[in-house]
Design a protein. Structure first.
Length: 329
């Protein structure tokens, strides 16, 4: 399946994730559509103005107009549908992907392109739910709010587990036995990292007060560290590892060193700060490999990468959310 897009920028942004669904994006004009593309991919309101310009050139349809992306204006797909529903020229479908395994499709359940797209996604092992266009928009609006509330709940639960001397990881797994809750509480693609940043900063400041720490490794996505106050890192040797095959950060903190290899990043480190394990190898590493590379093996882990008992046996001190082992006493 091929869809026409307005620019290479759209291909760069969405080409891979839609390619995994069997949807190829091509940049071109009306002639390209006539030669094999099935319609348009619209990702922002200005695309719709170009669509209006192409209507006269396309001739008879119906053409698929796929409205895609989490930042599409609310109710815009439904507005386009109202505009074209009597022309027979375009079938509008609002689409959203969830965790690259499930898809929401908003539009006419019996539409020609809706049926085609459902079969297309099924061939690529995606489960689809067909609903209204505004329902897709509302789900996209509410999902990050729900995940933020869920994360805040576990942060607060972690504080209580600290007070009681019990394991948050085990409690969260027990709660996750209820399918309404699930096990995925450490949401790896947060839109709001403020709670994690606050927890990391508090724990790191305490570590600096209690131990002689000169070299610090920040392990995780760069977006997390950009939102963290850097005054507590002043006069420290700071190494950053964002993961394998990650692009260079758009904004580097002055004095910080970015490493392409985790081995080079942790070499002679005193403190390892794990903010996010998504897209990295840390949860798969032998703990001995980390310890052997570090000068001192102090670890603060916001992603709960390691089993507590194993971590305590290898590291000089290990702190994870809801695992208060009084390591800095």
């Amino acid at each position: 399946m091929k869809l026409w897009v307005i620019s290479e920028e759209v291909v760069a942004r969405f080409g891979n994730e839609l390619g995994a669904c069997g949807i190829e994006l091509v940049v071109g004009g009306a002639d390209d559509i006539q030669e094999g593309a099935n319609g348009f991919l619209l990702t922002k309101e200005c695309d719709g103005k170009l669509l209006q310009e192409r209507v006269q050139q396309l001739g008879t349809g119906p053409w698929l107009v796929l409205v895609y992306g989490s930042d599409v204006p609310y109710d815009w797909a439904n507005t386009l549908h109202t505009q074209y529903e009597h022309t027979g020229e375009h079938e509008i479908i609002r689409m959203a992907l969830f965790t690259h395994e499930r898809a929401l499709l908003g539009g006419e359940p019996d539409g020609r392109w809706m049926r085609f797209l459902c079969k297309q996604l099924a061939r690529y092992s995606l489960v689809t739910m067909v609903c209204g266009m505004r329902e897709v928009d509302e789900a996209l609006r509410q999902l990050p709010r729900y995940l933020a509330w869920k994360e805040q709940f576990y942060i607060e639960l972690g504080a209580r587990c600290d007070e009681k001397g019990i394991s948050l990881l085990q409690v969260s797994r027990a709660l996750g036995m209820d399918k309404r809750i699930g096990h995925g509480w450490l949401y790896p693609s947060r839109q709001d990292s403020s709670l994690i940043v606050q927890w990391l900063e508090k724990e790191c400041r305490l570590a600096l007060q209690k131990a002689d720490i000169q070299r610090i490794v920040l392990w995780g996505e760069d977006s997390l560290w950009q939102h963290m106050p850097s005054d507590w890192l002043a006069e420290k040797d700071v190494a950053v590892y964002t993961g394998e095959d990650k692009p260079n950060p758009n904004k580097r903190m002055t004095g910080w060193t970015l490493y392409d290899s985790w081995q080079d990043a942790v070499k002679d480190a005193d403190l390892l700060v794990i903010g996010n394990a998504a897209g990295t190898t840390i949860a798969e590493l032998a703990l001995s490999a980390l310890v052997n590379g570090m000068r001192q093996s102090y670890v603060i882990d916001a992603a709960a990468c390691f089993p507590m008992q194993e971590a305590q046996s290898y590291f000089q001190a290990y702190r994870a959310i809801g695992e208060n082992t009084n390591v800095w006493e």
